[in-house]
Design a protein around this ligand. Structure first.
Ligand code: FAD
Length: 579
């Protein structure tokens, strides 16, 4: 029996941030995920760390101010993962949208939709919003917005005939929220070591509360059973919150509040391998309206790809089953084509898609529009539960740290424990920028250079490793001497797999491919890539050597079903399906 003051259910960005916050106060904590770290909405998001310009129209001034402050903080504390990005808003005219924006601001969503400007919002409406955005981020070092004529050099090459004007402003991109979440947990473990507490992470585990206050974890991979005795529970399972309450409390006293907490909407994204569209972005994010007035982002993704998102439709099924459907794929392609008709992406340029469910509060949307539901988070206490229990409802990637701070304060107060630490000025373990980034690159490159016969450019390997691991890159590459060679179809050493297994809790091939080494997004992902990673996992005892081929095939099938992803080389049958 393991005694833990707090058990956090859900290892998404919010659960991980909360575990870190609690560990900083010296509280023994365990994080339990039914699947893997960051395999929910955290991975299916638009990957922006932003104030949320759109939320201003809904009067969410406090949320936008908090988000802007957190944006700047995360750029500072996790610069290897969170990078500033300039945004361009293409506009057709000057005045459009003022009456609708005013109606929305005073809560008249129905009227706002009736008054939706046929030609979209104009420079005055967007400029007013951006002036307020600048004001709310008054301490920020990011450049202030400006209004420009379309077509100037260095701007995205959107259709100038249709969109004669534009506004430029700044926000930030978190390319890999999966890695950010892993690092939150790595730091939670470090914080626990510093404060003398403990921090355990259990993935691929089902949790059930037994009579007597024992939380029984049963492993999905190995059926192993671990019993925990928590003093408090926090349900941070995002869009699964209601399902988790039903599952965890099924054999003990019910924690049900009698009302549904989550009313999620699903959002889909496309990752395009469309070089001409990518060039037309001129390294800006484009934030625009689709033909139906919904917001749509067209973003650079890594060095080669383009991310287009997103849709917003109510979804009541199991969040794990949400998939981008044909209509959504067509809608997003049309939205990109409307902005960039000269380089309109084709269906054959869709490398993959993904889809997730937003953990929004169940309160009916104002006037029935999913976009109008608040993105603010709530901590809901369950007084009927047999032990102090809360659920986290809502939230954004951007506010994970501030959410964790508020939640930790409330949980610690209920347990009669003081807040002893804070994450406000604490960098993530991989944090590096400027000189420290150059040092990480040099150190990693030197390690790769010493490895014989791999035949890759050591500088390119170092760049990729630092993009993933920040200043931990050299540690992640250090095993290269005893495990030489690289993962085929990638710029990563095989030693990186071993590092992840030792330091970052993956249990399956999919965990490593999708949420540790981010190979699922690599343009060169092939069957040989999957086999190489599976072989290292076999060497480490996570799968059997006899099963390497089967594991790779199963992973290819999963990637095809989940993301419509085709492998570049060595196609398995299932992986040949069209995206
Ligand atoms: C389409 C879309 C776009 C978005 N874009 C942005 C954006 O650009 N910027 C931004 O700031 N925010 C964005 N968000 C919001 C943001 O992604 C989420 O609010 C955030 O990721 C929620 O994190 P979480 O940890 O609460 O939940 P999740 O990331 O969903 O994590 C929940 C975890 O709980 C686990 N789980 C499920 N059931 C159980 C159980 N019974 N026991 C234990 N574990 C369980 C799951 O496996 C999962 O790992 C977007 C969301 C979506 C869906």
């Amino acid at each position: 029996m393991v005694e833990r003051a707090v058990v956090v259910l859900g290892a998404g960005i919010n659960g991980a941030a909360l575990a870190r916050e609690l560990a900083l106060s010296g509280v023994p904590v365990a994080v339990v995920d039914a699947d893997d770290v960051a395999c929910g909405a955290t991975a299916w998001s638009t990957r922006l760390i932003h104030g949320g310009l759109r939320y201003l129209e809904y009067g969410e001034i406090g949320l936008v101010r908090e988000s802007l402050a957190e944006r700047d903080r995360l750029v500072r504390l996790a610069p290897h993962l969170v990078a500033p990005l300039p945004f361009y808003v293409p506009l057709r005219g000057r005045l459009g949208g003022l009456p609708a924006a005013a109606a929305r601001l005073v809560g008249l969503e129905g009227l706002a939709r009736r008054w939706r400007p046929a030609r979209g919002r104009g420079t005055w409406t967007v400029g007013t919003g951006l002036a307020l955005y600048d004001l709310l981020a008054s301490d920020s070092r990011v450049p202030r917005h400006r209004t420009v004529r379309a077509g100037a050099a260095g701007l995205p090459r959107v259709d100038r005939e249709a969109f004669a004007w534009g506004c430029i402003y700044s926000d930030a991109q978190l390319l890999y929220p999966e890695r950010f979440t892993v690092e939150l947990l790595v730091d939670a473990r470090r914080a626990a070591a510093e404060t003398g507490a403990a921090c355990d992470v259990f993935t691929h585990c089902r949790a059930a509360l037994l009579p007597g206050g024992v939380l029984r974890l049963t492993g999905a991979v190995d059926q192993a059973v671990v019993d925990l005795r928590p003093a408090a529970l926090v349900n941070a399972t995002g869009a699964w919150v209601d399902r988790t309450l039903a599952a965890v409390f099924s054999s003990g006293a019910p924690a049900a509040t009698g009302r549904r907490l989550i009313g999620g909407t699903k959002g889909s994204h496309l990752l395009l391998r469309a070089p001409r569209l990518r060039a037309a972005l001129a390294e800006h994010g484009v934030y625009a309206e689709a033909a139906d007035g919904r917001p749509v982002f067209v973003l650079p993704f890594g060095p080669e790809l383009v991310l287009v998102g997103t849709t917003d439709t109510p979804f009541t099924g199991d969040p794990a089953t949400a998939r981008a459907d044909e209509a959504e794929i067509d809608y997003l392609l049309a939205a990109a084509a409307r902005l960039f008709p000269d380089v309109a992406p084709g269906r054959d340029e869709v490398q993959q898609h993904y889809c997730g469910v937003r953990p929004l509060p169940a309160a009916r949307a104002l006037g029935g529009s999913p976009a109008a539901v608040t993105r603010r988070h709530m901590l809901v206490r369950h007084p009927e539960a047999p032990l102090p229990t809360w659920s986290i409802v809502g939230g954004k990637l951007t506010t994970c740290r501030s959410l964790a701070e508020t939640a930790a304060k409330e949980v610690l107060a209920a347990l009669g424990r003081p807040v002893l630490g804070s994450s406000r000025e604490r960098p993530l373990p991989g944090a590096c920028a400027g000189e420290s980034r150059l040092a990480a690159l040099r150190e990693t490159e030197a390690l790769v250079r010493r490895a014989e016969g791999w035949g890759v450019d050591p500088a390119a390997v170092a760049e990729r490793m630092v993009t993933l691991f920040g200043r931990r890159a050299a540690a992640a590459a250090a095993g290269i001497a005893s495990r030489p060679g690289g993962i085929r179809g990638s710029l990563l050493p095989r030693a990186a797999v071993e590092f992840c297994v030792r330091e970052e809790w993956p249990r399956t091939l999919g965990d490593v491919i999708e949420r540790r080494l981010m190979l699922a997004f690599d343009t060169e992902l092939g069957r040989d890539t999957l086999e190489d990673v599976a072989t290292v996992l076999a060497d480490l005892g996570l799968v059997s050597h006899a099963d390497v081929g089967r594991e790779a095939e199963a992973c290819a099938v999963h990637l095809a079903a989940r993301y419509g992803r085709r492998l570049t080389r060595g196609l398995g049958n299932a992986a040949k399906e069209k995206p």
